[in-house]
Design a protein. Structure first.
Length: 152
């Protein structure tokens, strides 16, 4: 796992994280790769991981009433995918797929939930960081809706 340490430390999500928290998180991390077009998770799937995109492009899609997918956001290097691992009932709320070959770090959500239960400071730190992601994604969605609706 030591080879993941510099990669995780360089990722914006972990900027200025205390070393004690970082050491705990490192034990829940692994390298993953997704090929172009590969499904990362489906809406409704059990959510037990989240991903730090190292290189590539990932689409977050929603399912329409006629069972088609609409991309609501495309994520790139340095962004994270998935927060449902933290929020009960731990089910994916979106469909997610690799738009291009993608390299990422997977963080085991079950492992992190257990660590957060025993270390509330770690849990609070992760929740603050994820709340920032929630806010940014909500704002981006709002802007997209305004563009689609013509600001009306």
């Amino acid at each position: 796992m030591t080879d993941l340490e510099p990669i995780l430390k360089a990722h914006p999500f972990f900027h200025e994280l205390k070393q004690e928290h970082f050491d705990i998180i490192l034990g829940c991390a692994s390298n993953v790769r997704f090929k172009e077009g590969e499904i990362i998770f489906r809406e409704g799937d059990e959510a037990n991981e989240f991903y730090l995109i190292r290189q590539g492009k990932v689409a977050i899609d929603i399912t329409t009433s006629n069972h088609h997918f609409v991309t609501i956001q495309t994520l790139l290097d340095g962004e994270i995918v998935g927060w449902s691992w933290l929020i009960p009932p731990h089910r994916a709320r979106f469909h997610c797929r690799a738009v291009s070959d993608t390299r990422a770090i997977a963080l085991d959500g079950k492992c992190l939930r257990e660590k957060c239960e025993t270390n509330h400071d770690l849990g609070y730190e992760l929740l603050k960081r994820l709340a920032k992601v929630f806010t940014e994604r909500l704002e981006n969605t709002r802007i997209q809706l305004l563009n689609i609706c013509g600001g009306k």
